[in-house]
Design a protein. Sequence first.
Length: 263
Amino acid sequence: MNNSIPIYHKDDFKKMREAGRLAAHILDQLYELIQTGISTLEINDFCHDLIIKNNAIPAPLNYKGFPKSVCTSVNHVVCHGIPNEKKILNNGDIVNIDVTVILNGWYGDSSRMFVAGKTNKKNWDLMKITYECLHIGIKEAQPGNHLGDIGYKIQEYAESKKYSVVRDFCGHGIGKEFHTPPSVLHFGNFGEGPELKPGMFFTIEPMINLGDWKIKILNDGWTAVTKDKSLSAQFEHTIGITENGNEIFTLSNNNTDFPINDL
């Protein structure tokens, strides 16, 4: 399996840095935009226009038939929520916005949680733990470690806080294609999977549920929701393995990586 995981070079890091920076820039602009009363379609259209303005392409649009430019996953929607004009954010709603851009042929992929208005402590704690899970996973993404170490540490932490980790979706290799090997599970066993090597690019994007981890796909073929209708949260970064650790390509440019309003 190792042989099928692309290994990128120094110049490729520069290209990914640029694509990742743009994905982060799009998300940065949403901090002020997302308020009570906005529709998920308005969020989509704002992102679409900003991506095009920056001479990039919204990767999700028409990808395997997906009809919009970003994913908007509200409350118990785990991922791949389709923006529409009827879905209006109410006070306290939590929403994941997943942005992937193609800039000069390279993909930058990142997602964050946002809040419409003010939320409650239960929701805020879920988002905080999910954000911490992402960074616990990134910390394990070191050369010489194994892919399974990332998922093991995320699962260990989430379950210690009485949350569950979605099994049906995972992070993925990325670069000049949207999805390549490896598949980055957010659960699993320490020491399993391929050894991490400098030049590997992939996303880490844990989906953490307040209730059970099981999900179902709605009739639109895309929208994944928790079976028990419990809340779900997700954060995502694109990273590259370096000689001494890793580089996060999708860091916020204005320190709104965790843009959650006060309780």
